[in-house]
Design a protein around this ligand. Structure first.
Ligand code: BDP
Length: 673
């Protein structure tokens, strides 16, 4: 097993579960808007998937066809009301199973749901599910560059073969669409937010058309990231000012060109005035001016997604405050077809951040949740970290207005920065497939508990052996917290090495922009550590609702997981736990390391339950993680000690090497940016 089949392996059922699906044929009745004879491409895909799935689950055994009652899977989606009506029901009806919905896509989604249930061992006669997506947009953002390099990608090269498109379409593009459709993902931004203007040229539009045509049956709309200065870069204009009529006309014509080729083109994603990208502020205009210009060009045909990930060199306010400062005053000014895309936290996809305060502050703007599936700051594809608990933690917060974050984003959706690449297993590691899976499942239903997601993924991906399932789920559920423990405990953040963001470098203090330095984030000195974001400091806390700010304002009542994010605390301060802050911090590191050891032990026990190829691959990664968890712990402790001069608490292992050894460590072979 090399992992290529993802969670769609449909491994043969055994024993009773196999008997139960014996005699289930599918599908006999295909009712679509086009009638049974001329099933749409979507219905064809549904029929094909069902065929493959049932055959594999039932071991394709002729004997199964002979035994027991015979039933049929009936696909009943007679009126195709389009991709906004994708809710489905899957119900046993005697020996038959009926999949019903109001669009062809609903039937395809229903097929995937049925196959998931059967894979999980559910008795077909008990199947009774009805489901519809919680939010309209469930999308992946690829940070893939046209030359095949993936920014923050740890799974090989880009899966998009721009070089050979449109003539050549890789089978991977179909398997990719199947995987997404199985989760209900319905939008894909194919290129990096740090966009190249030439990707708007006609020759690229032809490539998009080929992809969009291939993905349409799977319900996936294609989106493109645009460079705001494109009218200058490739359009021959001398401005990209959003209020300039010529500029507006250029974008209008560009949008029309897209829609002429791809009638269901999704729209544009924009990173503007952030990290050196051009934007409306270059002309003294606001984010709303820029977004609304593009929204007008797109019209009611699609959506403009405008990113709120902004911070600038000139602005000396706390980086954690900047996006809120720029966007909240614009609440209510964005056009109806604009969505503002907000990262889960106010800095940048850290192992843990408090939720982004914008979620509670823009009631008149559609806000979308941006998650990072690729693990830029969580040990790349080398460390095991199941991210559903991270996203769930943020989705469950109550920002003070509009309900929980999960509810705030309902009118818009969720975007996940993809972790796919050309690696045979798609994600660089087997367990990272779970993050793609979890993202899709949460975007469909943000109320799904992480543990349930972990369990269903495990069964479909690895094994149906009950004890093994429990072990794997336990590993997954503790994995992200372990990473927080050995990398950035107690609310610390952004201590990773410069550029590639791998490994510890809390000592870096001399980069030209203050907010590029780990020192900026931890603010440690001889007396204490942490970023004072209360009123006496940057006052970022005031961007949160009073109900939250009041709780977090006091170091003794704040959730300790956010302590050093909001407070600068003396090393020797006594904590409610009875320990000093220093003792608490050291014990967090040790806890994180011990958790990884426990994960590795659990996995070692599973050698009989998992196929050898994947078992070995995960074993090797866990060995890396065990070693590197110690590296993180030792380097961090050595550095903090160099500042605070405190001895280690009793019975604590000293760092393996002197601080200089950690500082001197270079590894130019790390995947770059
Ligand atoms: C940061 C990444 C950078 C991205 C940026 C973004 O380090 O590569 O371009 O986010 O989201 O996390 O735009």
């Amino acid at each position: 097993e090399d992992g290529y089949d993802l969670w769609l392996r449909y491994a043969p059922l055994e024993g009773e579960a196999l008997d139960r699906i014996a005699g289930l044929h599918g599908p006999v009745a295909v009712l679509s808007s086009d009638g049974p004879e001329e099933a749409s491409a979507t219905m064809e895909a549904a029929r094909r998937e069902l065929g493959v799935g049932l055959t594999r689950l039932s071991r394709n055994s002729a004997s199964s066809m002979r035994s027991g009652a015979e039933g049929y899977v009936r696909l009943e989606c007679p009126e195709n009301r389009g991709d906004s009506a994708v809710g489905y029901s899957v119900r046993a009806d005697g020996a038959d199973i009926r999949i019903r919905g109001s669009s062809d896509l609903a039937c395809l989604y229903g097929v995937f749901a049925l196959l998931r249930e059967l894979s999980l061992g559910v008795d077909p006669v008990r199947i009774d599910i009805a489901s519809e997506p919680a939010m309209p947009l469930r999308m992946l953002n690829h940070w893939d560059n046209p030359d095949g390099h993936v920014e923050r990608g740890y799974a090989g090269r880009s899966i998009f073969d721009w070089w050979h498109l449109p003539e050549r379409l890789d089978q991977r593009m179909i398997d990719y669409a199947r995987a997404n459709a199985s989760l209900g993902i319905n939008g894909v931004v194919v290129n990096n937010v740090n966009a190249r203007a030439f990707m708007l040229e006609p020759r690229y539009i032809a490539k998009y058309k080929r992809l969009a045509d291939a993905w349409r049956p799977y319900g996936i709309r294609l989106y493109v990231s645009v460079r705001f200065s494109a009218p200058k870069d490739i359009g021959g204009l001398d401005s990209a000012d959003p209020l300039d009529p010529e500029v507006r006309a250029w974008w209008q014509a560009k949008a029309d060109e897209f829609y002429a080729a791809v009638p269901d083109f999704g729209g544009f994603l924009v990173k503007a005035n952030s990290e050196g990208q051009p934007g409306p502020q270059d002309y003294g205009r606001s984010h709303a001016d820029g977004a609304n210009m593009l929204a007008e060009a797109i019209g009611n045909r699609g959506t403009v997604i405008w990113r709120a990930f902004v911070y600038s060199a000139e602005d000396e306010t706390d980086r954690a405050k900047q996006a809120y400062g720029e966007f909240v005053p614009l609440d209510g000014q964005f056009a109806d077809n604009v969505i503002v895309q907000v990262k889960n936290g106010p800095i940048d996809f850290q192992p843990r951040e408090p939720f982004h305060p914008m979620f509670g502050a823009m009631p008149n703007t559609k806000l979308m949740f941006e998650a990072q599936i690729t693990k830029e700051y969580l040990g790349f594809a080398s460390h095991l970290a199941f991210l559903a608990p991270l996203w769930e933690e943020v989705l469950d917060q109550e920002p003070g207005r509009g309900g929980r974050v999960a509810e705030v984003v309902l009118p818009a959706g969720m975007a996940g920065v993809a972790n796919t690449g050309s690696d045979r297993n798609w994600s660089g590691s087997h367990f990272d497939q779970a993050n793609w899976y979890a993202f899709g499942r949460l975007a469909w239903n943000p109320e799904l508990p992480s543990e349930q997601i972990a369990r269903e993924w495990t069964v479909q991906t690895f094994t149906r052996e009950p004890e093994a399932i429990e072990k794997i789920v336990r590993m997954m559920m503790r994995s992200r917290e372990a990473v927080v423990g050995y990398m950035t405990p107690l609310g610390l953040a952004h201590l990773m090495n410069t550029g590639h963001h791998y490994g510890p470098a809390p000592w870096v203090c001399d980069l030209p922009r203050p907010e590029w330095n780990p020192c900026y984030y931890h603010r440690a000195d001889a007396d204490g550590i942490g970023f004072d974001r209360t009123e006496s400091g940057s006052d970022a806390l005031s961007q949160y609702a009073d109900s939250i700010a009041n709780r977090w304002d006091d170091p003794n009542t704040i959730d300790p997981r956010f302590l050093l994010w909001f407070h600068h605390i003396a090393w020797t301060a006594k904590r409610p736990s009875g320990l000093t802050l220093w003792e608490e911090l050291v014990s967090e590191y040790d806890w994180g390391v011990a958790e990884v050891d426990a994960m590795a032990r659990e996995w070692a026990d599973l050698s009989d339950a998992i196929d050898p190829q994947r078992h070995r691959a995960v074993t090797e990664s866990l060995a890396i993680q065990q070693r590197e968890a110690r590296w993180w712990r030792d380097a961090s402790i050595a550095y903090w000690q160099s500042l605070n001069g405190l001895p280690l608490p009793e019975n604590v292992r000293p760092p393996a090497d002197p601080l200089e050894a950690y500082i001197g460590r270079t590894f130019p072979e790390a995947p770059g940016q």
